[in-house]
Design a protein around this ligand. Structure first.
Ligand code: OOG
Length: 257
């Protein structure tokens, strides 16, 4: 940590978490933390955890995890090349409407989501713990100016997590090569195959279990695991109707205002 970070109130980790949490609450972007602080990946996960602690202190509950950069399309789009994870809270779950007014520069991307029905202590437990699979989407809203960040920055920012939704849960089936289409106001804006997610989204689930175990986190029954986008993310405007469908899994819709 450099001098700037050390002078932040409550120690560097809490100070950096406060910057990101305040940015999310105010809907205002901030410069990248790494422009001023010497942040490596382990320290970035500490900041992420402190960001989540602040949400929990406001009464939010953790209800799942999200994976990031599990597809080449996303790695190329964001210029980052390592798989990361973040936590999802109940306040991020979108039913059918999303108010974008408080967001900075939201983007949306199609996802495959898994529902856990058993605790997962490590990768070996992961697939057997799945109680359902669904088509989903994630709303990203990087707290950084211009959606620009290094790997450590985006980890600290809880992997840009802002919102997510999913369609009806279906029994687990082979999801290794499903066609995914995302439409905004009836026009296809992104399409791809679930195979883009580490070759099979189940691999992303296993990776989530590995990262969680390494961090001492047990994935809980009832939690959702977002496997990561299969395509690049697209800007999410206000007043839009978004529909994401996956072959055999139905669809999920969200309307923004
Ligand atoms: C970071 C989050 C990436 C994914 O699905 O790859 C992600 C970002 O692009 O802002 O969630």
């Amino acid at each position: 940590m450099n001098a700037l970070a050390e002078t932040l109130e409550g120690g560097p980790v809490n100070g950096l978490a406060e910057i990101l949490d305040d940015a999310a609450l105010a809907g205002r972007a901030v410069p990248r933390l790494t422009d001023a602080a010497d942040l490596d990946v382990p320290a970035a996960y500490e900041v992420q955890r402190a960001v989540i602690e602040r949400r929990l202190a406001r009464g939010e509950r953790v209800i799942g995890v999200k994976m990031g950069f599990t597809s080449r399309a996303k790695m190329v789009q964001m210029g980052v090349d390592d798989v990361i994870w973040g936590l999802l809270t109940d306040a991020m779950l979108v039913e059918s409407h999303l108010d974008t007014a408080g967001l900075i520069h939201p983007r949306i991307e199609p996802e495959i989501a898994f529902l856990l029905e058993r605790p997962v202590r490590g990768p070996a437990d992961a697939v057997a713990a799945v109680g359902g699979v669904a088509v989903g989407y994630e709303v990203l809203d990087s707290r950084y100016e211009d959606f620009s960040f290094t790997l450590a920055d985006v980890i600290a920012d809880n992997a840009s997590a802002s919102g997510f939704g999913h369609g009806p849960w279906r029994p687990l089936r082979d999801v290794g090569n499903l066609g995914l289409v995302m439409e905004i106001d009836g026009r296809p804006v992104a399409s791809g195959s679930s195979a883009a997610v580490l070759g099979d989204p189940l691999r992303s689930l296993t990776a989530a279990a590995r990262l969680a175990a390494a961090a001492g986190v047990e994935l809980q029954p009832g939690w959702v695991v977002l496997a990561g986008a299969a395509t690049a993310a697209v800007p999410l405007p206000a007043g839009a109707h978004v529909r994401v469908s996956a072959a055999g899994l139905g669809h999920v819709e969200v309307t923004t205002r």
